[in-house]
Structures are given as C-alpha cells and as structure tokens.
Design a protein around this ligand. Structure first.
Ligand code: THU
Length: 134
C-alpha cells in the first residue's frame, strides 16, 4: 500500500468522526505488516475527559484483536468540511504509539495532495518505553 493510499484510508476513517463539541474531525489508518488496515476516528464526550483521539481508537482496535505488528499510520484531520495541511498526533497519542512502535515507525501526515512522511522518533525523541520500566 502506498503512502497516499494509506492517507486515503485515513480520510475514509474520518467520515465516522464523532466531534460535535470541537467540530475537528480526525481519521487514522494503521497499517499492519500483512497489509491489514485498522481505522479509527475521534470520539468525543460531553464531559471532555473520555474523548479519544483517532490514533488511539485505531491502536486499541488493533491491539484488542491481537495485532501489534504496526508499520505505519496515516492521520488526517481538520475542521468539519476541510482537511488541515497537517494534523500531527497529540502528546497522549505519541506516548501510546511509543508503547507499540519503534523509532522507525512511519507516520504519514498532511493530505493526499501533499504528504509529509516522518519517522516516529522525530515526533517523540527519547521516548519512555517498556524497557525503561523493567
Ligand atoms: N484529535 C485527534 O483525534 N487526533 C489528533 O491527533 C489531534 C486531536 C481530536 C481530539 C478531539 O476530538 C479533537 O481532535 C480536537 O482536539
């Protein structure tokens, strides 16, 4: 799957975003090593705290089905009706990504017209991981 195709999957995931409070809609497409894609969207809550981001939705779906072999994630976000030039994962999502992905994990940002590729290690250098705890 190409980076643009994975971003197209993030666009599809975004269609299900539930964001009546912020009106900021986000979709994520998480690619596994066999080509399977897990989709996630943000799901907001009237009491704010339970809100979950698109990235963590996708990761939780995959991990809860036994998958941890992630090779890339694409993220698309923007106010209802438009896609931002760049929607980077929040700090909480970066920490959750660090739980399952190494510094070489590919992060596909931007839009289908203008893709920006990062390595996860650029987004969260010196990540605190399981080996630091054990
Ligand atoms: N959001 C995500 O889903 N992913 C991000 O990377 C950034 C923010 C969501 C959370 C909230 O529902 C809305 O966007 C505004 O912060």
């Amino acid at each position: 799957m190409t980076d643009v195709e994975l971003m197209q999957e993030a666009y599809k995931a975004r269609e299900f975003a539930y964001a009546p409070y912020s009106n900021y809609m986000v979709g994520a497409a998480l690619l596994c090593s066999d080509g399977k894609v897990y989709h996630g969207c943000n799901v907001e809550s009237a009491t704010d705290t339970p809100t979950i981001c698109a990235e963590r939705t996708a990761i939780s779906k995959a991990v809860s089905e036994g998958r941890r072999d992630f090779i890339a994630i694409a993220i698309a976000g923007g106010r209802r009706g438009s896609i931002s030039p760049l929607c980077a994962p929040c700090g909480v999502c970066r920490q959750v990504i660090a739980e399952f992905c190494d510094d070489d994990f590919k992060v596909v940002l931007g839009t289908t017209e203008k893709i920006k590729i990062c390595k996860f290690g650029e987004l969260l250098p010196f990540a605190f991981r399981i080996n630091d705890v054990q």
